[in-house]
Design a protein around this ligand. Sequence first.
Ligand SMILES: COc1ccc(Nc2ncnc(-c3cccnc3Nc3cc(NC(=O)c4cccc(C(F)(F)F)c4)ccc3C)n2)cc1
Length: 302
Amino acid sequence: DAKKKKVYNNVKMETDPEEYWDMIGELGDGAYGKVYKAQHRQSGMLAAAKMCRLDGEDDLADFMIEIDILTEIKHPNIVELLEAFQKEQQLWLLIEYCDGGALDSIMTELEKPLTELQIAYVCQNMCKGLQFLHKSHVIHRDVKAGNVLLTMAGGVKIADFGVSAKNKSTLQKHDTFIGTPYWMAPEVVLCETFRDNPYDFKVDIWSMGITLIEFAQMEPPNHEMSPMRVLLKIQKSDPPRLEQPSKWSKDFNDFIAKSLIKDPQKRPNCEDLLRHPFVNRTLDVKPLTELLLEYRAEVVEE
Ligand SMILES: COc1ccc(Nc2ncnc(-c3cccnc3Nc3cc(NC(=O)c4cccc(C(F)(F)F)c4)ccc3C)n2)cc1
């Protein structure tokens, strides 16, 4: 019988994106496939376009998890899916282009960490984005500076470049860990208590706490250790702290301590954290736009 044509309402089936979009540059060539900078011919709108190969029968169904998440989640602090195309064995995802790039690349390029005011502004926006994700019953599971995108206007957008959404359902596939261990919460490391755990969204709060240390020190805690050693350390040691606490405000140190509470039941959620004095105040976008102009100057220079 004719293969039942699956209807994917968010995907333009059997359509070539190049009918509407010009590929004007390359953004990266990661494990997931090629990513281009694309411009919409009609509107001039910019996008990041990722082409994924559909080799297996169930590949499209797996990518549909990512497409469904991104279609359903519309929030100023989460990257926005503009369009998705399927053409033969290719799936194209087009995401609104964030012209500031990823925060880990910005720190690497400028060879310096963020200031406390820049961290507070980014943290406030990340909390709002994560709050929305969690309210939509989506757990990110790989929060880190490399998954935070900026726009030159000072927009902060949570993305996920790492594993395909398929691995979002479980952290393990064929018993290999997926995702980077340095940002992993203790309960994830323990794992046996992890499945069907009502507090599993709290893993993103821990990873955000680790990401704040990464913003302040350019690297996550224990970055000098091997991934395997880190898993044991996270599980058995006290929560990490800033290396030089006296260099930072009491509020910043306290916010990190609360995000890095080992017991997920005692760890605060995004609502709780948005009431914390470190982020519960009017924060100017200026420190971040200054950072972006420095970064823009640096990149142009090269
Ligand atoms: C090297 O310099 C730059 C300069 C600008 C940019 N800007 C930019 N803006 C938007 N997207 C990207 C991007 C870069 C590399 C790979 N993928 C990118 N975006 C992207 C993200 C996704 N998916 C997600 O971000 C995603 C997937 C699942 C869940 C979630 C979340 F939980 F956050 F909602 C987010 C799918 C397809 C694409 C093309 N890059 C990046 C690097």
